[in-house]
Design a protein around this ligand. Structure first.
Ligand code: ADP
Length: 483
């Protein structure tokens, strides 16, 4: 089985969030199960070190017209765990400081950058001599691949058996642009209607992916159901309901080699389920010292590692932040994003210097230290397609406190309701009071040390690796191929 996974970001080459983690780790699991999987992404020349990753030229040069100009792109390749990764090199589009935009906003030509990328993916296949059974696209940035395939390349016999799977990692990001882009990106006006790319008078790339792909999936079973409702569908619930027979939910996994407290080079002390108590307290002591908080072994430490976006539940944290700060606990927070949320944490750390340590920024090493040192990990998301943070936290013995939504609902079992099986604290209503109650339940359980030991052990023994989910992807690819 030949699969080309296409993504606008892939770890370890370039990452802004969970999409890169998934695009980097799922293929490794597929490869182990015998799939001929290859990857493709843009060559962000300022982010990707040619020497470190040993990039070389494939000799393939792409040439086609887009937005009134003859565009030339080159295809480079690198080896990633015995899988070829193809990089589309076009300097005008991808030689920039960031992937999608600056703190001031998105790049204005994202409509063109990712249309070019999507078309280049199709154009490179024949010259490379690689005709995949399935092109696995991800999010709006690659959603035009099936649209081009069916609208522009339908006479190309060599691609007629190639199927497309679209994975939606977050439906809030759709790639919506003025309808004037259509002729610029080489698509006919016939796609500008409600059952295709038209979306309230604009063009919606993700909607194109949903309509034109052979199958669609999201990254958890619960989110697959949620996005078919107005509350979670961001306007695409109707079209998704129409495609519900081809819509699946497959939970993401995490890479159990990359996230392993027994071998993690970046944490203060390594540990495993056998000796987590000593290991975690050493990590806690050292991190608190580094963060200039007093070490109090009996006071639980709560970690937050998150994009600071409304999606992640910061509004309800804000509603009860003073109540939370009055509890017997400490917080280590890492994140960046909306200024209002950043300011909220900076302010609380100023007011409670013994309880809150806050770092604004993106820091993968500090993130690991927080997973290892914390007793609890807070994710009160308003919506959460899958969420990786709660799975990483469990791997490191930090008990998730989460809202029951999307992938959080699919991965975390509440301890209060299920004392025999639970390993987390779950609340349902998107309200500060419900969040506060869950934190209080976690704190009072923490005080009963043998109970706490049991749930940490339970959490660390769970398996959220890619193994099971990669098999589900293969099953889905197979189903698509046989039609
Ligand atoms: P999302 O993709 O919506 O941001 P996920 O939970 O799926 O959320 O994935 C987030 C990933 O990014 C995790 O690997 C998490 O550790 C990492 N991460 C988030 N914020 C930061 C940060 N400020 N610094 C370092 N890593 C971060």
């Amino acid at each position: 089985m030949k699969v080309l996974l296409v993504s606008s970001e892939i770890y370890p080459f370039a990452k802004t969030g969970g999409l890169a983690d998934v695009a980097g780790s799922l293929p490794r699991a597929l490869k182990k199960l015998g799939v001929d999987v290859r990857l493709a992404m843009p060559l962000y020349t300022r982010k990707i070190d040619r020497c470190r990753f040993n990039l070389s030229s494939t000799g393939v040069q792409l040439e086609f017209e887009m937005a009134g100009k003859r565009r030339v792109g080159y295809v480079d390749v690198a080896d990633y765990d015995s899988m070829p990764v193809y990089f589309i090199d076009e300097r005008e589009f991808f030689d920039r400081d960031n992937l999608y935009g600056t703190p001031e906003g998105d790049y204005e030509d994202n409509w063109l950058r990712f249309a070019f990328f999507s078309k280049a993916i199709i154009e490179m296949l024949k010259p490379l001599g690689f005709i995949p059974d399935v092109i696995h696209i991800n999010d709006w940035q690659t959603s035009l691949v099936p649209v081009y395939l069916k609208e522009v390349y339908s006479d190309d016999g060599s691609l007629s058996n190639t199927k497309v799977l679209l994975t939606i990692h977050n439906i809030a990001y759709q790639g919506v642009f003025g309808s004037w882009v259509l002729p610029q990106i080489g698509l006919p006006w016939s796609v500008f209607h409600m059952e295709a790319l038209e979306f309230y008078g604009n063009v919606n790339y993700l909607k194109g992916g949903i309509v034109y792909s052979d199958a669609i999936n999201t990254v958890s079973p619960t989110y697959a159901k949620e996005i078919q409702t107005p509350e979670y569908g961001y306007g695409l619930e109707g079209i998704l309901r129409k495609r519900s027979a081809d819509l699946y939910g497959i939970l993401n996994g995490i890479d159990y080699e990359a996230w392993n407290p027994a071998t993690d080079q970046h944490i203060f002390a390594n540990y495993s389920v056998e000796d987590f108590e000593e290991g975690k307290s050493e990590n806690k002591k050292r991190l608190l010292e580094e963060q200039k908080l007093p070490y109090k072994p009996d006071v639980p430490l709560i970690g937050i590692v998150s994009r600071m976006a409304a999606q992640k539940g910061f509004d309800i944290i804000k509603d009860v932040l003073d109540d939370i700060a009055d509890l017997e606990l400490q917080f280590v927070v890492l994140g960046s994003g909306d200024k209002a949320y950043q300011d909220m944490f900076v302010d609380i750390a100023r007011r409670y210097p013994d309880k809150f340590a806050v770092t604004i920024g993106f820091d993968p090493v500090l993130a690991r230290k927080i997973y290892a040192a914390s007793d609890m990990f807070l994710m009160p998301s308003r919506y959460e397609p899958c969420g990786l943070g709660q799975m990483i936290a469990l791997r490191y013995g930090s008990i998730p406190v989460v809202r029951k939504t999307g992938g959080l609902a699919d991965t975390i079992v509440d301890y209060t309701e299920n004392p025999d099986e639970g390993y987390g604290f779950v609340f349902e209503q998107y309200e500060g009071a419900a969040l506060l109650d869950a934190i209080k339940r976690a704190i009072s359980t923490y005080a009963r040390r043998s109970e706490w030991r049991t749930i940490v052990e339970r959490g660390m023994k769970l398996d959220f690796s890619w193994n099971a989910s990669a098999k589900k992807y293969i099953e889905l690819y197979r189903k698509m191929i046989v039609g």
